[in-house]
Design a protein around this ligand. Structure first.
Ligand code: PAF
Length: 280
């Protein structure tokens, strides 16, 4: 496995691979790798001849009062995990490598960025779509693997790829959960033991939403209320949003007639967690 830090080195590595005719799979990450990321890597490994993992805590997707400074940076451990998982190339650039002086081009997607996370985090998706475009261009990826845990991000990236006719194919991968149901996230490490326990209300309330749907409930308001009431009963949890929306547009719907998704953002103590479930 190669670990490189510059755009030039990454491009040189993938150019050599392309001339061998191998397909390139990219797993974009911000590091602090956990089993959720490794599942993405495994999917990429099954499907692609050459697997690239990018490790970059992207400053442009964090707002001024967000956790950019305290976001965990664990490159040595991440590189070990990538090596074990059979990754071919780790690309871990610095901020100045990705955004050199004079950088002034942004990729802005409308539609699904204007709701939910986009309301609480106004510059977030512009940072994500810009950095992902750069990563797709640098690596020439044929496939890019994204977890459904960040459902809105997945919808936004898919729309960007579709609208801009990007070469890459986006591959969605199911959320990986701890045995008790908590969705894996690099931010889980911020939780105290009590908060970790309280955070189970996210997956439990989503399970209740799925049960209601499977028992025939199609009214989105009723499902939303059910989830909200369960979360409100947990004293350490504070709702940022709960929404039952169309899975493609992320727009509100009344009755569920095609694939819908329940998305939620909840603060547990000082940590903001997101989770979701498709209603199937
Ligand atoms: O999901 C993430 O970790 C980030 O948003 C991504 C896709 C790596 C872009 O920085």
């Amino acid at each position: 496995m190669k670990l490189v830090h510059t755009v030039e080195e990454a491009q040189a590595a993938v150019t050599a691979v392309r001339s061998e005719g191998l397909s390139i799979g990219l797993v974009p990450t911000m590091g602090a790798l956990h089993e959720g990321h490794i599942t993405l890597v495994r999917r990429a490994r099954e499907q692609c001849g050459f697997v690239v993992v990018s490790v970059f805590v992207n400053p442009t997707q964090f707002g001024p009062n967000e956790d950019f400074d305290k976001y965990p940076r664990t490159l040595d451990a991440d590189a070990d995990k990538c090596r074990e998982a059979g990754v071919d190339l780790v690309f871990a650039p610095s901020a100045s490598e990705m955004y050199p002086e004079g950088f002034d081009s942004w990729v802005d997607v409308n539609g699904p960025t204007q709701v939910l996370e986009g309301l609480s985090r106004p510059i977030h998706f512009r940072g994500v779509t810009t950095v992902c475009t750069k990563l797709f261009n640098i690596t020439g990826a044929d496939y890019a693997f994204f977890g459904k845990k960040d459902y809105q991000q997945l919808v936004v990236i898919r729309k960007m790829v579709h609208d801009l006719n990007a070469h890459v194919q986006v591959v969605p991968v199911d959320t990986v959960r701890e045995p008790d149901g908590l969705a894996m996230s690099s931010r889980n490490r911020y939780l105290s033991p009590e908060e970790r326990q309280a955070a189970l209300v996210l997956s439990k309330s989503l399970a209740a939403a799925r049960d209601a749907y499977q028992s025939g409930q199609r009214d989105t308001q009723a499902i939303q209320l059910l989830v909200e009431n369960l979360i409100k009963a947990e004293p350490l949890a504070r709702i940022d949003y709960v929404a039952v929306v169309d899975s493609e547009t992320l727009q509100p719907i009344g009755n569920i007639e095609r694939l819908a998704v329940v998305l939620l953002a909840v603060r547990v103590g000082a940590t903001r967690l997101i989770d979701n479930t498709e209603l199937i």
